[in-house]
Write a protein that binds this ligand. Structure first.
Ligand SMILES: Nc1ncnc2c1ncn2[C@@H]1O[C@H](COP(=O)(O)OP(=O)(O)OP(=O)(O)O)[C@@H](O)[C@H]1O
Ligand SMILES: [Mg+2]
Length: 327
C-alpha cells in the first residue's frame, strides 16, 4: 500500500543543513499497523510527512496504492491525499466549533447535502464512541475525547491510510490504551492501514505488527514487532526495549549483592531467555529432570508479543557441578 524508495529530505538552514531523512526505503502492507520509533529528532515526523507529501522529498519515490505521488499534478495529488489522513499529538481541533462541527469540517464544500453530512457525522461519532458529545466544544472534553474527535474527523472522507504522529503522547497511560484499542478496532473494522509514529516502545508493542527504528535520519532496524523485540540488533533498539522491561531490577539487585541473588555452594545463577518456539517446550521441568538440577526462579520478565511469549527468567540452579555445566 505504501512504498518509499530511497527517500531523502534535507532542510537547508542559514548556517547548516539538516539531513532529516537519509535514503529511507520501506514498505507498509495493506491493513498493517506499522510503527515508526526513534528518539526526538530522529526524522520520524519528516519521514511520515513524506508519505502524503506534506514534505516533498528531495529525491526518491513515494508510491501509495501503486501511484508515484511525486509525479502527480496538483489536482490529482489533492484527490490522492483524501485517501491519506493524519492525526496529531495536540489534536489540532477548532476551538470555536463543536464536536460535530469539527468532524463535519472536511465534508463541507464536498457537494454533500447538509442531511448527508449530519448522518455521516453521527455515524463517525458512534464509531469513535463519543455519543452525547455532539454539541460540546473541545474545551469541555478530556484529552482522550479530543483525540477521538481528531480520529473521527480524519475518517470523515473514508481514507484507507491513517498517519498518527505521536497521537497518544499527550495522554495518560490508561487513556493511551483506550485510544490504541480504538485504532486497533478501526484497523479491523475498516481495514484501515495505520502508520504510528511514537517514541514509546509500549505503543509499538501494544498494537503494531511491523516497525522500523529510526536514528539520525536512517532506518537502523526493521521487521515484525516480534522479531524486533525477541532479537534486537542495534543498541538504540535495545535501549528502547529496555524501557518496556523490568530486567534492570535484577541487575540492580546483583550489583547490590542483595540476599535474593546470593548463592550457596553448589549453586549458580542462570538466565533463561524465551522467544517463540522454545516457550512451548516445558523448559524448566525438562531441564530439571534431564540434568537433575533444582531450579529456583527468582525473577521473571515475560511478555506476550504478537501472541508469542518473549522474555527472560533468572534462576538459581543447584546440583552437581558437571550437571550444572551441562544444563
Ligand atoms: N521544517 C523544518 N525546517 C528545518 N529543520 C527541520 C524542519 N522539520 C524538521 N527539521 C529538523 O529535522 C530533524 C528531524 O526532525 P523530525 O521532526 O522529523 O524528528 P522527529 O523524530 O519527529 O522528532 P520528535 O520525536 O521530537 O517529534 C530535526 O533535526 C529537526 O530539527
Ligand atoms: Mg516528530
Amino acid at each position: 500500500m505504501i512504498i518509499l524508495n530511497n527517500v531523502t529530505k534535507t532542510f537547508h538552514g542559514k548556517k547548516t543543513d539538516v539531513h532529516a531523512v537519509k535514503n529511507v526505503s520501506l514498505t507498509v502492507h495493506d491493513g498493517d499497523i506499522f510503527g515508526v520509533i526513534g528518539f526526538s529528532g530522529a526524522g520520524k515526523s519528516t519521514l511520515v510527512r513524506c508519505i502524503n507529501l506534506l514534505e516533498r522529498p528531495d529525491s526518491g519515490e513515494v508510491l501509495v496504492n501503486g501511484k508515484d505521488l511525486m509525479k502527480l499534478g496538483t489536482a490529482e495529488l489533492r484527490s490522492e491525499r483524501k485517501n491519506i489522513s493524519m492525526i496529531f499529538q495536540h489534536f489540532n481541533l477548532f476551538r470555536s466549533r463543536t464536536v460535530a462541527g469539527n468532524i463535519a469540517y472536511p465534508l463541507n464544500y464536498t457537494g454533500m447535502t447538509k442531511k448527508a453530512i449530519d448522518d455521516r457525522v453521527k455515524e463517525l461519532i458512534d464509531l469513535v464512541g463519543l455519543g452525547e458529545k455532539e454539541y460540546v466544544y473541545p474545551s469541555q472534553l478530556s484529552g482522550g475525547q479530543k483525540q477521538r474527535v481528531g480520529i473521527a474527523r480524519s475518517l470523515a472522507s473514508n481514507p484507507s491510510i491513517l498517519l498518527c504522529d505521536e497521537a497518544t503522547s499527550a495522554l495518560d497511560p490508561q487513556t493511551t490504551q483506550s485510544i490504541l484499542a480504538l485504532l486497533r478496532d478501526l484497523n479491523k473494522k475498516l481495514g484501515l492501514t495505520i502508520v504510528i509514529i511514537t517514541h514509546e516502545m509500549n505503543v509499538v508493542k501494544s498494537i503494531c505488527s511491523h516497525a522500523v527504528v529510526m536514528d539520525t535520519g536512517v532506518v537502523v532496524e526493521r521487521g515484525s514487532v516480534f522479531e524486533i523485540f525477541s532479537n534486537p540488533q542495534q543498541q538504540v533498539t535495545k535501549d528502547f526495549i529496555a524501557t518496556t522491561s523490568t530486567m534492570h531490577k535484577i541487575y540492580d539487585l546483583l550489583a547490590e549483592n542483595s540476599p535474593v541473588t546470593r548463592l550457596q555452594t553448589g549453586q549458580i545463577l542462570a538466565r533463561f531467555s524465551y522467544a517463540g518456539k522454545n516457550t512451548v517446550d516445558a523448559l524448566i521441568s525438562t531441564a530439571s529432570i534431564q540434568f537433575n538440577v533444582k531450579i529456583n526462579i527468582i525473577f521473571a520478565d515475560l511478555d506476550i508479543i504478537q501472541d508469542t511469549p518473549v522474555g527472560s527468567l533468572i534462576n538459581i540452579l543447584e546440583g552437581e557441578p558437571e550437571a550444572l555445566t551441562r544444563c
